[in-house]
Design a protein around this ligand. Structure first.
Ligand SMILES: NC(=O)c1ccc[n+]([C@@H]2O[C@H](COP(=O)([O-])OP(=O)(O)OC[C@H]3O[C@@H](n4cnc5c(N)ncnc54)[C@H](O)[C@@H]3O)[C@@H](O)[C@H]2O)c1
Length: 337
């Protein structure tokens, strides 16, 4: 009855390139600002608390004529079953007819859109000529953040790498990331990669800091951060997660992807609950800065924060462009639903 395209991980890795995803995510933010989108309430269910849960994030991209959802399940015991702990699936539908259009593996799309999001924060809010970037976290998301930021902020010359759990992992990562960036993203820049020995010092010399860890307490203290620094906080995507000192929110220019999500589940949550920032003190959502309706940074002394909580609209738009590219290349499998 319905011809539905199925795109697996391999097809998505083949068709999606970071520059086009950055452009797509910027478009999502601007459509959101222009009221061309809707986010639906999130669903979260614990099958067995701390052992197995799932969430569904969904929304409508009116400007792109699609709606849809991403379902992510987390099953901790999968590690004994040789299966990934996190499994994500995206479904998109035509918003003119309600007909299903596609089912996609969500893993690579999540990496690409999350990397693009952190980088867009840096592109619009960091100082011009930012030279040093600090990546906090060396997990799955980190390489997407580094690739996207090197593309979106071409003035970066040095990337400092910090794994809060292990200096050895920081060193291994710093030694291998150049090759991964070339192989996975075709990014080949004259950039040096250095493992961090002293975290406080590394924070103090960085122009752009991107955090992508599941930390539940501040790792970066306010008095370590020099004037002019930009921080894109990516790791905090559910209640209780926190990566940077909530006191930073008192004076920084705080820009978010979605105000509701930021105060409930984002990096802003802790500062919000502590009364350090209120919704009306959040400078704006990022779409307003991209559109030029809001200035963003006002001087080289401002500290800027982009709270990138991650919204379903990013997955939907990235899925849409992946579908178009796969169609052009004759990739993917069509099923009759
Ligand atoms: N905002 C978004 O759109 C979005 C999208 C995807 C993932 N995330 C979040 O980003 C974070 C990182 O995801 P990932 O897939 O790279 O994870 P991962 O498990 O692959 O890597 C996590 C990294 O953080 C470090 N780490 C682990 N526990 C820590 C702790 N308690 N304190 C400090 N560091 C710790 C690890 O050593 C590793 O370097 C997670 O919180 C994830 O939920 C956010």
């Amino acid at each position: 009855m319905f011809k539905v395209k199925v795109l697996n991980q391999a097809v998505l890795e083949e068709v999606l390139e970071m520059p086009m995803v950055i452009e797509a995510i910027e478009q999502v933010y601007t459509l959101k600002e222009q009221n061309q989108t809707a986010l639906f309430p999130m669903v979260f269910h614990e099958f067995n608390p701390g052992v197995a849960d799932m969430d569904i994030k969904s929304g409508h991209l009116k400007g792109a004529d699609i709606f849809g959802l991403k379902l992510v399940s987390w099953f901790g015991e999968n590690k004994d079953k040789n299966l990934p702990l996190l499994i994500g699936t995206t479904m998109i539908f035509d918003s003119k007819t309600g007909a299903p259009q596609a089912i996609l593996n969500a893993d690579h799309i999540t990496g690409m859109r999350t990397g693009a999001a952190g980088a867009i924060g840096a592109k619009y809010l960091a100082k011009k000529d930012s030279k040093t970037m600090l990546m906090v976290g060396t997990g799955h998301i980190a390489q997407f953040e580094i690739a996207a930021t090197l593309i979106a902020v071409p003035s970066i010359e040095k990337v400092l790498i910090h794994d809060p759990m292990s200096v050895e992992r920081s060193k291994d990562y710093a030694g291998s990331i150049k090759e991964k960036l070339l192989k996975n993203f075709n990014v080949d820049k004259e950039v040096t990669f250095e493992a961090v020995e002293n975290f406080e010092q590394a924070v103090g010399v960085s122009d752009v800091i991107i955090t992508a860890t599941p930390s539940r307490q501040a790792m970066i203290q306010k008095d370590w951060v020099k004037p002019g620094t930009h921080l894109s906080c990516v790791g905090a995507d559910m209640e209780g997660k926190q990566e940077i000192d909530e006191k930073l929110f008192a004076d920084a220019i705080v820009v978010v992807d979605d105000i509701g999500q930021a105060v409930n589940v984002g990096e802003t949550e802790t500062a919000f609950k502590a009364g350090i920032i209120s919704e009306d003190k959040i400078y704006s959502e990022i779409g307003a800065v991209i559109l030029g309706d809001k200035k963003g940074r006002t001087s080289d002394e401002d500290i800027t924060i982009f709270d990138s909580t991650g919204i379903a609209l990013q997955d939907l738009m990235t899925s849409k462009i992946a579908l178009e590219l796969a169609d052009k290349k004759g990739l993917g499998t069509v099923i009759d639903l």
